[in-house]
Design a protein around this ligand. Structure first.
Ligand code: GLU
Length: 494
């Protein structure tokens, strides 16, 4: 029994683009399943589509998997006992099995031209029959074949679908029956000699000793074909588990590049400041739940708790809000030095921070990150949330101006505060705070009324970290400069 063997699973992307959220979810489920069972996780590259497969895509897939921490034990780039793990390098292996299928009368050459296939389709439509290859070339004689070859026709190889009903057992979807009439004699080798997915996948799953095929439900329709090819080749059939689809919204459409653009590419999340821990936690909940309500899982917990039994049948909806929430959670779980390290590339990319940080600047930066606190949904938010710490080049937000500068005597307040701040020698949190409070008290203005005009002057915004933190982190000279600039601005514009 295949289930008595050590667990071996594979992720088998086609390198025709970036790693998609759905693909990453499939990789993750395979990876955790392997870890949970102490098994082996294999990365195979299904690049039988020569025209659409690219090296760049392969590299991007490797990078994204590595970023997520989904390292493979065996497979492309790392090797292993059942290689090569890139299908385009396995041509000889497939040819041998195609020969076996032809010789055992489980496959045949088909010489039908595109024109003949179109006519076949049209006739089926006219007779209201399902559109299916009729099996026309099943019984060609040697003479027929020679005649076609003399005409220069290049044959495909078709798998002969046996009669009867095939029962598919799926660990997630349960049992289903597929009548052979629903299947047609599948092309397994193209006329240019390239073998196709259903054949190569079946052969490789066997040779790579795959015990469980865990993949998206969009491949479910391939499963009966693969089971039949397995049988014809005398292979044992692996356990199948088809994961529910990832939908783009509750309207039911599949998450796709065409409809959802950048939302589908794992690499974009990395670029936009998501943490791999958040992605993993998010991806695992696309289809799997522990008790239905628990949302936060560390990788170790996942490995311990994961089981295919708790993968649901119903499709999951991709909810960016939830991912953002998880990301905020995991950002705050980083300790301050790690959080600082994590935001540095984003500040540098925005040219807000120099590349060679002095030790003093690094200490200061940690304090800025500490002050920003839990205001980051993504790491890249740091540039929005905190740019005024790094540059004088910021605008006053119109809403903030309207609310805090247009009402009352903003100029008078700023002038008063300027004087207080200019008189402080030890520009530290305690001194600044008590000097400002003393001033506010003396003048009998409300605290908020005094603080907010200053906040707008220093940051351009009406919200953000504690104002005393900002004041001290900016330093006396900058604070005075910005208050002066605000006063000038107000006097010129009001
Ligand atoms: N190459 C296929 C894909 O990328 C793999 C499907 C499978 O897991 O069998 O969708």
């Amino acid at each position: 029994m295949i289930t008595d063997r050590p667990v071996r699973v594979r992720f088998a992307p086609s390198p025709t683009g970036f790693l998609h959220i759905g693909g990453a979810r499939t990789a993750l489920f395979n990876w955790i399943f392997a870890k949970h069972h102490g098994g082996t996780f294999i990365l195979r590259i299904d690049d039988t589509d020569e025209e659409r497969s690219t090296e760049a895509s392969m590299r991007e897939i490797y990078d994204s998997l590595q970023w997520l921490g989904l390292n493979w034990d065996e497979g492309a780039t790392v090797g292993g006992p059942h290689g090569p793990y890139v299908q385009s390098e396995r041509g000889n292996i497939y040819r041998k099995y195609v020969q076996q299928l032809l010789e055992s009368d489980n496959a045949y050459y088909c010489y039908c031209t595109p024109q003949e296939l179109t006519e076949m389709r049209e006739q089926a439509l006219a007779e209201k029959r399902p559109i299916r290859y009729t099996g026309k070339c099943r019984h060609l004689t040697d003479a027929d074949r020679r005649r076609f070859e003399a005409e220069g026709r290049k044959p495909v190889v078709r798998f002969k679908m046996p009669e009867g009903t095939i029962v598919v057992q799926d660990s997630i979807l349960g049992e289903s029956k597929v009548a052979h009439t629903a299947l047609q004699d599948e092309v397994i080798v193209k006329s240019n000699g390239s073998p196709l997915y259903n054949l190569t996948s079946t052969i490789d799953d066997h040779l790579m000793k795959i015990t469980h095929v865990i993949r998206g439900k969009d491949h479910f329709s391939n499963t009966p074909k693969q089971i039949l090819i397995n049988r014809a080749l005398g292979f044992e059939t692996p356990v199948f588990a088809h994961l529910p689809l990832v939908l783009g919204s509750s309207k039911g459409e599949k998450l796709s590049k065409r409809r959802h653009g950048d939302l589908v590419a794992v690499g974009k999340y990395r670029e936009n400041g998501y943490l791999p821990e958040a992605m993993i936690n998010f991806l695992v909940r696309l289809g799997w739940s522990y008790d239905g309500s628990e949302e936060i899982f560390s990788v170790d917990e996942l490995i311990e708790k994961f089981s295919l039994k708790r993968v649901g049948k119903s499709d999951s909806v991709f909810d960016i809000k939830k991912l953002q929430w998880l990301n905020g959670h995991y950002i705050m779980k980083l300790d301050l030095p790690a959080r600082t390290d994590a935001v540095i590339p984003f500040l540098q990319r925005a040219r807000l921070l120099e590349t060679d940080l002095s030790p003093e600047r690094r200490v200061w930066l940690e304090k800025v990150v500490e002050a920003v606190g839990d205001r980051l949904t993504t790491l890249s938010d740091i540039t929005d949330q905190a740019s005024y710490f790094f540059t004088d080049d910021f605008d006053y937000e119109p809403q903030a101006v309207k609310r805090w500068w247009r009402k009352g005597d903003a100029v008078g307040i700023l002038q008063g505060l300027r004087e207080v701040l200019a008189g402080i020698d030890a520009f530290d949190l305690e001194t600044v705070e008590s000097a400002i409070w003393a001033y506010v008290e003396e003048k009998g203005i409300g605290r908020v009324k005094a603080m907010q005009p200053l906040r707008v002057a220093l940051t351009g915004k009406s919200g953000g970290p504690g104002l005393f933190d900002i004041t001290v982190l900016l330093g006396k000279a900058k604070v005075i400069e910005r208050v002066d600039r605000a006063i000038d601005h107000l006097q010129a514009n009001h």
